[in-house]
Design a protein around this ligand. Structure first.
Ligand SMILES: Nc1ncnc2c1ncn2[C@@H]1O[C@H](COP(=O)(O)OP(=O)(O)OP(=O)(O)O)[C@@H](O)[C@H]1O
Ligand SMILES: [Mg+2]
Length: 358
């Protein structure tokens, strides 16, 4: 089956100054391939600086890769003409982390929502206000708030507006770059649930860039784990969380906070990611890896099959000791508990006092 949106071997480097007249290439994204299907959610996870947003912005055609391809419904989108790019922009939308920065403070919400649909000629001027009102209801806000300005909403409400704006053009994919990270913890679960409900209702695909593994586990169908510009593990969420097979994924999961230890120290992840200008051979994770062998220092491991579609870029992936409690750890995290509580509350079930505030 042709994936809805796919990246093939994307490379993006930047030139960084290393002194007087000296520059080096800094590989922010190095040979990344991934894809998402209709109605599905692909999460991209990894430490700060590993290249997640750079991948997102290339998928949005906000910046061009040095090499590699982006395909929408199997058709290349690197050489689109103006009209083609306009159609692409309707089909691939974005929700950024900061709902304050992404909305024009001088624009009423009515115009925020109506402008894209008129621009893309999805309806006429008479029809647009009705659609804007329906979008407000769809994201849990009220049509009576359409004449307000962004500053008259809370952070969570603004993020709902950003989601409504993305939906206003009936996209096929929404790229969500840390969409809940700037929000209060109690609001995060509501917005995650909203995205999930909207996906169920509209079939929109989501690419969900996030640090929060418990949210990812809850929301994503597939996960790509990035490390230093590369995908080091990918697969369906359940097998990947049940059997994390790259030492980096294992460390990331072990470092995830729990209720008992909300800020658990990332003990397995000591040390820094490698210098991305350093192109010496070998596995990028080797310097921080407890299991490294001579081979890891000499050769870069490609993604290898663990089982089915589950892949990991580690020579030792199949022989590493299993991390048995990764799923248990994450199912108990505060965010996961809140999401479950909101879901039960929405479905009319009783929730325990304090459950939402965890
Ligand atoms: N325009 C640019 N010029 C130079 N370096 C850049 C540019 N854009 C990104 N980078 C660098 O590329 C690397 C990857 O950045 P990116 O924003 O994709 O990381 P990220 O995984 O999204 O991180 P975070 O979780 O902090 O958002 C970073 O080291 C960043 O400093
Ligand atoms: Mg980012």
């Amino acid at each position: 089956m042709t994936p809805l949106l796919a990246a093939e071997n994307l490379v993006k480097s930047f030139s960084v100054s290393t002194g007087w007249r000296n520059t080096k290439r800094f590989y922010a994204v190095d040979n990344v391939s991934l894809h998402v299907e209709r109605g599905r959610t692909l999460a991209i996870v990894g430490e700060s600086g590993c290249g997640k947003s750079t991948v997102g912005s290339m998928l949005l055609r906000l910046q061009d890769p040095d090499s590699g391809r982006i395909l929408l419904d199997g058709a290349g989108v690197m050489t689109l003409d103006r009209d083609g790019l306009r159609r692409f922009r309707r089909r691939v939308q974005v929700v950024f982390q900061d709902p304050f920065a992404s909305l024009d403070p001088r624009e009423r919400i009515r115009d925020v929502l109506m402008r894209p649909m008129l621009l893309h000629q999805l309806c006429d001027k008479a029809e647009a206000p009705k659609r804007a009102a329906a979008l407000m209801e769809a994201v849990g806000l009220s049509a009576s708030q359409l004449d307000r300005f962004p500053h008259q909403f809370s952070g969570g409400q603004r993020q709902r507006i950003a989601i409504a704006r993305a939906l206003s053009v009936q996209p096929d994919v929404i790229i969500c770059d840390e969409p809940v990270s700037a929000l209060d913890v109690s609001v995060q679960a509501q917005v995650v649930n909203l995205l999930q409900d909207l996906q169920r209702d509209t079939g929109v695909a989501l690419i969900f860039i996030s640090h929060d593994l418990s949210v990812v586990r809850h929301l994503a169908h597939e996960v790509a784990v990035m490390y230093s510009g590369r995908v080091v593990e990918q697969g369906e969420t359940k097998p990947l969380f049940e059997r994390p097979s790259h030492p980096y994924t294992q460390a990331l999961l072990a470092a995830a906070p729990t209720i008992e230890a909300p800020k658990r120290a990332p003990t397995l992840l000591s040390g820094e990611p490698p210098d991305p200008t350093d192109r010496t051979p070998g596995c990028r994770f080797a310097a921080r890896c407890a299991y490294r062998t001579e081979q890891c220092l000499q050769e870069e491991p490609a993604l290898m099959k663990i089982e089915g579609e589950h892949l990991a870029a580690c020579f030792l992936a199949k022989t590493l000791p299993p991390v048995s409690n990764a799923v248990d750890v994450l199912s108990e995290t505060p965010a996961a508990a809140r999401i479950a509580a909101y879901r039960r509350a929405r479905d009319g079930q009783t929730i325990l006092p304090g459950e939402m505030q965890k």
